[in-house]
Design a protein around this ligand. Structure first.
Ligand code: ATP
Length: 504
């Protein structure tokens, strides 16, 4: 998956067209770049009949002049394409997805694909250019998806320098490096848009001050892409109470990740990532954030629910997009939240299961072969719902399970949350006594207890929070273990049976 991405769009087009692939799908919002790549490809393979359907009519691809066709619908254009016999023809379809509602259109396109594949239409190909990925099932089989390759460090630096020159903006050299790093993973036009905004906001100077804004804009741009979210990292390892084994393990991986070149030269494998499973509210998400802080890299959250699209192949295209974006932004942490949501049901029957099985396959291949410094932190509440392929040795570097915190851990968690809000009260609070009274409480429960007691003390007009205030809040909180005792016991039994490592 990753390797295909590194070739230029033009090289990919040439390769697939020459190999007789009938339909190529360029998934991009940069139409001009796609056009340029198509133009170069056509010149290289010497195909000269280039027709475009631009969403409403048929035009000459090179001049964009209407071709005066009697039937300008996609259906008419496809019918014409089937009739003609000239060789060296490319049909370029722009944003055609609205037409998939029309079964005749779909049938005609399928016919075109079939005839190209069986060489009844010689030296022909269809290229779809679209900013989204939607395909009817009948056609999916004939389609190869291409993606615009990510910009390199030098290319991003060039875009920034060119923009600064054009606007006669002052560009501070020492800010350039930081900007390039911050803008990794975005397309040329996205970078230009963000720079333009920064330039106007900071009255013509592009310097370090613009960084906060650039990062915020990048966060929004990534969010718009739909599947990945750049999460603000507001917690470090010191904010995680307990989980000593997990922390120690992560620290060792961090020392490798931060000195990757030296480590690899020494023979150390590229760190893949970790799967953290177990009880809700006990610090799995928190650990993902703290890992990014530890590695000092951005944290990207993959939303499994949104990954699963309604069209066939859409989910895989989304996965590919998310992965190539993460690779482009790397070094980074890729956090796969609630993994069981997407991968439950793998191996089962029916169309949905088939999609998730393929999705899992492509994810595993990537995980196995990945060369980019993307550290995966996958979290799951119920590991028993995950397919066994994911849990096999060698997939993740390690699998940890998180259980309810023990007494010592509860003390650490309570202390963290009191310190965060009422540091001055901490010396007077009997934390060990509170820890002893909170057996069965999750980390989130304990945080809730601290928050409630502070709120209650304030509402009662007190000037501090004491042990008794917190004890009261404890009595008023129903712990997680009471709510879901049975399933917790069962899960823990399973984890122990399978000999996963305990995070504590
Ligand atoms: P879920 O599966 O429900 O997402 P989770 O295990 O990911 O649960 P978190 O989101 O990490 O749980 O925990 C919720 C909140 O509870 C955290 O933001 C944190 O404030 C608190 N918390 C949980 N565990 C710990 C812990 N070990 N140390 C400190 N705080 C904790």
């Amino acid at each position: 998956m990753g390797k295909q991405m590194k070739k230029s769009l033009e090289a990919q087009l040439t390769q697939y067209i020459e190999a007789g692939f009938p339909i190529l799908y360029i998934n991009t919002s940069e139409e001009e770049k796609a056009d340029a790549a198509i133009r170069q490809t056509a010149a290289k393979i010497r195909w000269s009949h280039l027709t475009e359907w631009n969403g409403s009519r048929m035009v000459n691809f090179n001049t964009k002049a209407p071709m005066g066709a009697s039937d300008d619908t996609l259906q008419g254009v496809l019918a014409l394409f089937l009739e003609e016999t000239a060789k060296g023809r490319l049909l370029i379809l722009k944003e055609p997805q609205a037409q998939w509602e029309n079964p005749e259109c779909v049938a005609l396109l399928r016919d075109v694909a079939l005839r190209i594949t069986t060489e009844r239409l010689k030296d022909c190909a269809v290229i779809i250019v679209s900013s989204s990925y939607e395909l009817p099932q009948e056609i999916e089989h004939y389609v190869t998806v291409l993606e615009n390759e990510a910009l390199t460090y030098e290319q991003i630096a060039n875009v920034i320098q060119a923009a600064a020159e054009e606007w006669e903006a002052k560009l501070e050299q020492d800010a350039l490096d930081e900007m390039v790093t911050a803008l990794k993973g975005l397309t040329e036009s996205e970078i230009q848009n963000i720079l333009r905004l920064a330039y106007h906001q900071y009255s013509g100077v592009l310097d370090r001050k613009a960084m906060t804004m650039i990062l915020e804009q990048k966060r929004q741009t990534i969010k718009k892409s739909g599947i990945l979210e750049m999460v603000e990292v507001n917690a470090g390892m010191n904010d995680v109470g307990g989980l000593a084994n997990l922390k120690k393990w992560l620290e060792r991986k961090a020392s490798i990740f931060k000195n990757l070149q030296a480590a690899q030269a020494f023979g150390v494998d590229m760190p893949k990532g970790v799967l953290i499973a177990g009880v809700p509210g006990c610090g799995k998400s928190l650990s993902a954030k703290a890992t990014a802080a530890l590695l000092n890299v951005p944290l990207l959250r993959l939303d499994m629910g949104r990954l699963l699209g309604k069209y066939v192949g859409e989910s895989e295209a989304n996965m590919r997009k998310a992965i190539s974006l993460a690779e482009a932004i790397s070094p980074c942490v890729l956090w796969i939240d609630e993994m069981e949501k997407a991968f439950a049901g793998v191996g089962g029957e029916g169309g949905g299961a088939e999609v998730t099985t393929r999705l899992l396959g492509s994810f595993l291949t990537w995980l196995q072969e990945k060369e980019a410094p993307v550290f995966v932190v996958a979290t799951a509440n119920d590991i028993l719902k995950l397919p066994s392929e994911l849990l096999r040795k060698g997939r993740f570097d390690e699998i940890f399970y998180v259980k309810l915190p023990n007494r010592q851990e509860r003390a650490a968690i309570l202390e963290i949350h009191v310190r965060k809000r009422r540091k001055q009260d901490l010396p007077q609070i009997n934390v060990p006594a509170l820890a002893a009274e909170t057996e069965g409480y999750s980390g989130a429960d304990l945080e809730g207890v601290v928050k409630d007691s502070i709120e209650a003390a304030f509402a009662a007009g007190k000037d501090h929070v004491g042990t008794e205030d917190i004890k009261r809040a404890i009595r008023e909180t129903q712990p997680l273990s009471e709510i879901m005792k049975e399933s917790l016991d069962k899960m823990q039994g399973e984890y122990e049976k399978r000999k996963y490592k305990s995070a504590s």
